[in-house]
Design a protein around this ligand. Sequence first.
Ligand code: FES
Length: 196
Amino acid sequence: MSNAPVDNGRRRFLTVATSVVGGAGVVGAAVPFIASWNPSEKAKAAGAPVEVNISKIATGQLVRTNYRGKPIYIVRRGQDVIDALGGHEDQLSDPQSNEAQQPEYAQNQYRSINPEYLVAEGVCTHLGCAPSYQKGDFAEQVEGVDYGFFCPCHGSKFDMAGRVFSGVPAPLNLVVPEHSFLDDNTLIIGVGKGDA
Ligand code: FES
């Protein structure tokens, strides 16, 4: 063991120098981490609103698009389908859409802004399978109801407003995303009514 006097001035310098290097190291490591918080152009595009030209959708037709990585179904409902929505409400789990599965402006019997268009995520609220659109042959699933969505995975059933029938595995109505109409021919998904 050395009996040499301790050089306090040198020790202090070493302590300060070490702290500075340590600090620089932290900053150096933090920069790439912070940079990763900025979403990429691709990520930004994936979250951007989606415009859909609805002028060519025939009555009864379903078209699909994607928004934020989820499939979106857009169906143009005929007047017969719209009128039939009131006829089976006693068989639905949440006919008044009391659960927050849609924006406030779509909390109505049609679950939409314009009764002619259903806009809903094509994702079953049980375990996420894609329900199939049954046009005219849905009565095989629910007697007396001609149109609806049937989930092939475990048999959940939804009506033409995306409302779930009782007694199936899915607990909730299909999710209606924020949407609005720019004009008669343009639907925009991701921008709510009054937010444009
Ligand atoms: S995922 Fe649709 S019924 Fe199970």
